[in-house]
Design a protein around this ligand. Structure first.
Ligand SMILES: *Cc1c(COP(=O)(O)O)cnc(C)c1O
Length: 396
């Protein structure tokens, strides 16, 4: 009911208001329902709710009002019918794969995805679930990799850390040319503010809410947005039985994050664009990777598919790993950590951290060199961030 009303409203309105139902106390800000179980007025009512004949909360592994508000608000932002929240981004991916696939099924995934996702998909080989990894931007490669057993295509766009862009519409068409194949988009980098994959033909959107949805580096969580039927028939039963559930406290933190998501994403994007431009003019910088640069090979696609270029960029410095580490160690304002999507700007050396467990050949095939540095641009004053990079980069 709430969702139907807000579906006519703009994104910022949905981010603030969608999914809310007031309790009899008429609170203005959503309460945290920090309770593991819920009560019934009679044995008969308990029986009806357990049997699914009446609506009602049972147990917070699979029904919690605060979690539900988060699910409805995120579904409204992604223009999806329904959402299920999970304990982490990784458990959202696991729930998607195990909820939909059976032994012998096949996935095709972009090679340029979150390192732990690569590891998870590879570890599913022992359950007879096979993944072929292909280049994100090579449509012919995707076409060649698809077999009659392919049930899922999996992408992140822009990719991490080199910000390559996948053509979501083209990949959705490839998936839908098969009888039973779906396109899954991990929309962590853009969030629904900058990109709405379901409107471009994707079937399932995945989030690590840990990143921009929280936006302040506090809680771990995830979500899946897709059709109501798929949530009801595939993902809810898996969540109920396997239990990768989101804590109501974390759901409440993410709700507060969604209220400022539109403002934050546009601020992150504007700051990252300025820093990317500035870096292209620095003599110590060899190459800058940011989809908002006209020189980015897929600038036109990014412009068509996104309504902003995001807060993550990468650049390579002239020199080797030691040169990159000197820049990282030389910054004072940037935080050295592997996370992203925080108000605090973050600087990362992908080759030795987030992508450090890949083999050197794998990294080379992905273009992740030792001189590459990733920035997640936060919400500090951009001038301060540029000043910090300026004093950390060598003057030559
Ligand atoms: C962090 C991340 C994940 C994993 O999410 P967690 O919440 O850490 O489990 C998945 N995909 C992308 C793109 C990420 O950045």
């Amino acid at each position: 009911m709430a969702r139907d009303f807000y579906s006519d409203c703009g994104l910022a309105t949905r981010g603030v208001r969608a999914g809310v139902r007031q309790s009899p106390e008429l609170e203005n800000s959503e309460p945290i329902h920090l309770t593991s179980s819920f009560c019934f007025e009679s044995a008969a009512q308990a029986a009806a709710v357990f049997a699914g004949d009446a609506d009602g909360n049972i147990y917070s592994r699979f029904t919690n009002p605060t979690v539900r508000v988060f699910e409805e608000r995120l579904a409204a932002l992604e223009e999806g019918e329904a959402c299920i929240a999970t304990s982490s981004g990784m458990s959202a991916i696991l729930t998607t794969v195990l909820g939909l696939l059976a032994s012998g099924d096949h996935l095709v995934s972009s090679r340029s995805i979150f390192g732990t996702t690569t590891g998870l998909l590879q570890s599913l080989e022992k359950f007879n679930l096979h993944t072929t990894f292909v280049d994100l931007t090579d449509l012919d490669g995707w076409t060649r990799a698809i077999t009659p057993r392919t049930k899922l295509l999996f992408i992140e766009t822009p990719s991490n850390p080199l910000t390559e862009i996948a053509d979501i519409r083209a990949l959705a068409d490839l998936a839908h040319a098969m009888p039973d194949c779906l396109l899954v988009v991990d929309n962590c980098f853009c969030t629904p503010v900058l990109q709405q994959p379901l409107l471009l033909g994707a079937d399932i959107v995945i989030h690590s809410a840990t990143k921009y949805l929280d936006g302040q580096g506090r809680c771990v969580g995830g979500a899946i947005v897709t059709s109501a039927a798929r949530i009801r028939d595939k993902f809810f039963p898996f969540l109920r039985a396997a239990g990768p559930s989101l804590s109501p406290f974390n759901a409440w933190v993410f709700l507060k994050g969604l209220e400022t998501l539109k403002l934050r994403m546009h601020a992150h994007s504007a700051a990252a664009a300025r820093i990317a431009e500035w870096l292209t003019r620095h003599p110590a910088v060899a190459q800058v990777f940011y989809p908002g640069l006209v020189s980015h090979p897929q600038f036109a696609l990014a412009q068509r598919q996104q309504c902003g270029f995001g807060g993550v960029l990468a650049f390579s410095v002239r020199g080797d790993r030691a040169a990159a580490w000197r820049v990282i160690d030389g910054t004072r304002l940037f935080t050295i950590t592997g996370n992203l999507g925080d108000t605090r700007s973050i600087i990362t050396h992908p080759a030795s951290t987030t992508h450090g467990r890949l083999s050197a050949e794998q990294r080379a095939s992905m273009g992740i060199t030792d001189s590459l540095i990733r920035l997640s641009v936060g919400l500090e004053e951009v001038d301060d961030l540029i000043k910090d990079l300026e004093q950390a980069l060598p003057t030559n």
